[in-house]
Write a protein that binds this ligand. Structure first.
Ligand code: 13P
Ligand code: ZN
Length: 269
């Protein structure tokens, strides 16, 4: 029996992950197994789910994260495809529980699918969010083509240079991604160093950070919100690219026009 028979709330979380995975594939941001999603689903766990015998022995996370101890996460499986996650989420992701030591986890259901190789980054971020008392429960890593392309030059990835260009391409970008785009210099995928640098960038007050020459990592209340922020930023990157392809450098909205947006939407920056 699938764990989804035990909790309507968990079913809704899994459906949202599957829907988002489908969008990532359709966008062309999820070549092969590219990208990953994790959601803190602790609120959806019933006593029946708590009583399930784990499918794995304790597995080390690679770091100790006290605030995720005892919490439950729905995680895309490593080497699994977003297009398969969209079609059959319970065969391409798994429900895990972090042990009370905050250093190990066990796979609980539905199948012994090993979580994403980026688990150190995802769990570090959830640990950070829980410590802060944040309502954010979802984290998303994906490979959005135009945003990643823009990280391939020294011109843009300086603090807030890219943010300013992206905000100025279309008014919605500042309104719906008001913290902009943080930058994490290139680091080895899946590494603890990348996880630590991601926390530092998020702590610098960003909801979306660029992993230079790799992808983006976004956090939000739910997975669809995280997707929408990345989609909005990538739309701006595409407008920028298209203007350049038409042979000119886009003017962008003026500072006064952007200030007007900040006032209208009560934005922090
Ligand atoms: P996983 O298949 O392990 O989730 O890795 C995909 C990825 O994008 C790594 O950065
Ligand atoms: Zn990646």
């Amino acid at each position: 029996m699938s764990v989804l028979n035990l909790s309507d709330k968990l079913r809704r979380e899994v459906d949202a992950v599957a829907e988002t995975a489908g969008y990532l594939w359709q966008k062309g941001w999820a070549e092969r197994n590219g990208g990953n999603i994790t959601v803190n689903v602790t609120d959806a766990i019933t006593p029946e789910i708590e009583a399930i015998t784990p499918l794995s022995e304790p597995i080390p996370i690679g770091m100790t994260l006290p605030h995720v101890a005892g919490k439950w996460f729905f995680c895309k499986g490593t080497n699994r495809r977003m297009r398969d996650l969209a079609r059959d989420p319970m065969a391409n992701a798994s429900l895990i529980r972090v042990l009370p030591d905050g250093a190990h986890y066990q796979i609980i259901a539905d199948q012994p699918v090993k979580p994403t190789s980026e688990l150190p980054s995802h769990l570090s971020v959830h640990n950070y969010l829980l410590a802060k008392g944040s309502p954010y429960r979802a984290s998303l890593h994906t490979h959005p083509i135009q945003l990643v392309a823009m990280s391939h030059t020294r011109e843009f990835p300086k603090k807030d240079v890219l943010t300013h260009i992206l905000w100025s391409m279309i008014p919605e970008t500042k309104a719906f991604c008001p913290r902009g785009l943080g930058i994490v210099p290139y680091m080895m995928p899946s590494s603890v160093e990348l996880a630590e640098a991601t926390i530092r960038a998020i702590d610098d007050d960003y909801d979306v950070v660029m992993w230079e020459k790799h992808g983006v990592f976004a956090v939000a209340t739910d997975v669809m919100e995280a997707f929408d922020m990345v989609d909005t930023l990538n739309k701006s990157a595409t407008i920028y690219r298209d203007a350049r392809a038409m042979g000119f450098v886009p003017d962008g909205m003026s500072d006064a026009q952007m200030r007007e947006i900040s006032l209208a939407f009560h934005l922090p920056k």
